[in-house]
Design a protein around this ligand. Sequence first.
Ligand code: NAP
Length: 460
Amino acid sequence: MAYQSLNPYDGKILKTFEELTDKQLETALQTAAKCFEIWRHTTFTERTAVLKRAAAILRTRVEDFARPITLEMGKLIEESRGEVALSADILDYYAENAERFLAPQQLTPASGEATIESSPLGVLFGVEPWNFPYYQLARFVAPNLMAGNVVLVKHASNVPQCAIAFADLFIEAGAPVGAYTNLLISKAQVARVIADPRVKGVALTGSEAAGTIVAGQAGGALKKSTMELGGSDAFIVLEDADLDETVKWALWGRINNAGQCCVAAKRFVVVEEVADRFLEKFKAAMGGLKTGDPMDKTTTLAPLSSNQALLTLVDQVDRSVAKGARIVIGGKRVDGSGAFMQPTILTDIEPGTPAYTEEFFGPVALFFRVADEDAAVALANDSSFGLGGSVFTKDIARGKRVASRIDTGMVFINHPTWTAADLPFGGIKHSGYGRELSSLGIQEFVNKKLIRVADINAPA
Ligand code: NAP
């Protein structure tokens, strides 16, 4: 069964779902295309009312929305509640700011008048991952509905209940049928949707492998796409950092969402002067984590999203160790039925080995000791990824200088890279292209149309 809710904490199947038939998919495409002709003519006030109602429903029924996240992909329940609140913030943010972001822009040409209008493109298609089952949807859906587009979404196959709950939310909030359609479809059907002439743009958040395929399909059909892909963020610790606070953030940055964040701190790049002290404190912090039921608020390390995710991570650790990496702590799966990985730190990682080049999606920290600031920057940039990163130092001016030298889409100072509705999110290199959130995210799928008033009597 392609779409299935399976609890990664106990391995029990909760529910299975049929994929759409081709006929049902065609009906969904027709409905979306028809809805666009209505939705594009609605006012910002009308769209705002729908998004505001959706945000309010999320806030009043946090528990109803949070529990399916934890049941389907294993996130700690408190983090699930936080995700519901963050998703509501994103809906509110675009409801309140979209009209301003998309206001016509007057140009000042040498003569006459010129304006840039932002008009919607049409039916958009989003392919989304399980790691933040609502937040990822909110990032794509909120700006685009506010811009007057309508959306089709193919969510990850392990979070169908979240996918359905979020689509239902918009119907409950008063969106017309076809404004937001969840599609339980196969990969072959994904390719057909991308090729369909009614679909005008494609957004994918997911792995580099999926991004390569979907971006290729979109490119082949000459459609605009955005790609929000994986990362291996560097967490740089300079010698003047406050070590206790830094270790607190190192732990959070690595194990938040059980380590399954695209912008998780993955490579810990620490200057020699403080490397031993940092490692000792970090090891103690990682060793203090407690695995258990993610519904239990005393649990501090959740299971991974699936047994397959766990097998992949263990294999990455094994291959790294075979190439010379040393295990400081952990390194194995936790015995039992849940998809738990031991909190792990690897060190002595050589260039070209799996721990140096691959994204580790789970609670496995990759530790690098470097001589100084320049060496830290060089190591941070020696990656095919370019998503986020962070610099820890008491000297903010220095932190900003280092941040400017890092080749990624986002760098935070004294905090792991994180997200908010009003901050742009996205990467460069193999982490993808385009931006979501903030004023930038709403500009990706609109027609920036020039309207020029010329002087008809001007010399030819
Ligand atoms: P994934 O395997 O790439 O899946 C993401 C989505 O793509 C799912 O809906 C998946 O469907 C679909 N998909 C996969 N292969 C496809 C194909 N050949 N054709 C069409 N659709 C395809 O990624 P994941 O393991 O779920 O998510 C983790 C990855 O996402 C990590 O690399 C993480 O860093 C990245 N991520 C990036 C961001 C960002 O903003 N940059 C945010 C979150 C996560 P199925 O589930 O049916 O396979």
